[in-house]
Design a protein around this ligand. Structure first.
Ligand SMILES: O=C(O)CCC(=O)C(=O)O
Ligand SMILES: [Fe+2]
Length: 321
């Protein structure tokens, strides 16, 4: 149990039913054993990744005052720039040594859910960089489509209709995040970490990481193992909503980032999360007399807001005041 599976998902894009089923079975096994795996054979081109990465570097290189024009802590719907130490993923460690850009599904000011001030709903806040907005909005849509292809494959083993997730991902709260980890300057990896140990909140996360390395995953024996960058892949992991939906048959596995010494690191997770009102409730096929539901029913928005309040001081302050 020391290296994560690598799954070629290209058959999910063909109409070869038995190859599709074989990929779905590999994904199911990885979800039960690890909650983490790599995918290759996906449709996101290397040129697209290079473009997004290049723009991430361009954005994070701006003066901090410029980035703070879209300060995430000044929003109620969680979009824009998070400066270093805005987030604290591991409460036992100092705040994370990383800066972030978050975007979601762009909803205009006159959308009914925005008018009703529904949490996490609203317009994206993009930096004023040429070509940025069109590229990022397209990338968001493409990552959402890839996430739904993977989720469709998961329905096989979960015993739910093939379109179970598709119907719940109408106007999703999924987040595309760009992260810059400034270099760590001390030899100790135990102090302020790039991203403290945590589990993700949503259904599945699709992570691109650059060549710097530093992502670690806790295996079932409690050891931290490296999840090194592999060219042309995404690292896929499950979040807490999927663990709750599947009654822990699928694992939401702790992971962290130890920033590399002396080099910058860039990564881009896409957190796939359904429509805010979606009920997160134990699936019928994941419970029986020996395995009653472990978690109370919640909604996607309720669950996300409580997790954000755990890791962001600004969210706690907003909720208190
Ligand atoms: O940057 C990474 O490699 C992982 C980031 C992560 O785990 C997260 O943002 O939830
Ligand atoms: Fe994570």
């Amino acid at each position: 149990m020391n290296s994560l599976p690598i799954i070629d998902i290209s058959p999910l894009y063909t109409d070869d039913a038995s190859a599709w089923q074989s990929v779905a079975e590999q994904i199911d096994r990885a979800c039960r054993q690890w909650g983490f795996f790599y995918i290759k054979g996906h449709p996101i081109s290397p040129a697209r990744i290079a473009q997004v990465l290049d723009n991430a570097q361009r954005f994070f290189a701006l003066p901090v005052d410029e980035k703070l024009k879209i300060d995430i802590t000044q929003t109620r719907h969680h979009r824009g720039y998070g400066a270093v130490a805005t987030e604290q993923l591991d409460p036992a460690k100092p705040s994370d040594l990383k800066e972030t850009f978050d975007m979601g599904l762009h909803l205009p000011a006159d959308h009914p859910e925005v008018l009703a001030e529904k949490p996490l709903r609203g317009p994206n806040r993009h930096p004023d960089l040429s070509g940025w907005q069109t590229l990022m909005e397209q990338h968001y849509r493409d990552m959402q489509a890839l996430a739904q292809t993977l989720l469709r494959a998961m329905t096989l083993a979960l015993g739910i209709e093939r379109d179970f997730f598709d119907t719940r991902f109408n106007e999703p709260v999924s987040v595309l995040r760009l992260i810059h980890y400034p270099p760590r300057h001390t030899a100790s990896s135990d102090e302020q970490q790039g991203a403290g140990a945590h589990t993700d909140y949503g259904c599945i996360t699709l992570l691109y990481q650059d060549a710097a390395g530093g992502l670690q995953v806790r295996n079932v024996d409690g050891q931290w193992i490296d999840a090194p960058p592999i060219d042309g892949t995404f690292v896929i992991n499950l979040g807490d909503m999927m663990a709750r939906w599947s009654n822990d048959r699928y694992l939401s596995t702790p992971h962290r980032v130890i920033s590399p010494l002396g080099v910058d690191r860039y990564s881009m997770p896409f957190f796939a999360e359904p429509h805010p009102d979606t009920l997160i409730q134990c699936l019928p096929g994941c419970q029986d007399d020996a395995h009653p539901p472990k978690y109370p029913t919640t909604t996607c928005a309720q669950f996300l807001l409580s997790r954000f309040a755990d890791t962001y001081a600004y969210r706690r302050e907003q909720q208190a005041g």
